[in-house]
Design a protein. Sequence first.
Length: 290
Amino acid sequence: MKMYILSGGRLRMHKSIYLPDADRSETIELPVSSILLRDARGNVLFETGCHPSVVQDAEARWGGLAKLMTPIMGPDDNVIAGLAALGLAPGDIDVVVCSHLHTDHCGCNAFFTKATVILHARELEAARSADALARGYVAADWDHPVSIEPVTSERDLWGDGHIVLIPLPGHTPGYNNFVDVRDVARGMVAAWERGRRGERYILGGVDMTYRDMMRLVAQQAGVAPPRMYMPRFAARVVGWMGDRKERKGGKPLANSTQVRYAYTDRFKFTSAKAERVSTRRQIWQAEGYE
């Protein structure tokens, strides 16, 4: 099996859409991408990205949603052009998997008339609801005469455990994702082989404090978030005690200096170094993995 990451440009959005406490003037840029899995049993495309027409006129395609999202992409930043660069056309795709039906994930579904589109039944129900547009669903992106196969639970695509669709409700009612353990292993090996020795790379880029994370978890769970927090000084003392016990050969405490660093509101991550190395050393190679 080979895996290809196909670029679909980026979307600029207000950060407060994802982090309610963020300043409304702050924006973030979110990548739009598709993943092609080439296998002897068929070509599987995960996500189809934005429709090419949004480059010229996003409002004509998205309506009022265009006020919330700004496309940052060129005429060739779409899945159709990405497939063409590999010598493929939409008719060569056997299966399209949509994690969900927001416009940046299914905008090119109409091109794949010969493929079976797999998505969660709850997602299809949400996209057909009366308030679908307000929830980010654009009928022009997904409502086409194509073969749709709704799923209601885990789906082993080939029946051998290599590509498994897993329901992950939260972002949308029927959000799905997939995992191929061989791809995970090969990605880790590729990073190890192509990364700089002695360096560490974080493959992420959204800053979120533990307080924000707990609020989101509480919101999804339908419970109140924690109201009491350990003062920074007390956390420092507990962390020092955990380090001291570990140095003496005891079992480390749940709280250590490193844990205290991770829990502080000022601790942030950036994937900038990983992105630089990925571009220079091609950790994620365009030609996929053998």
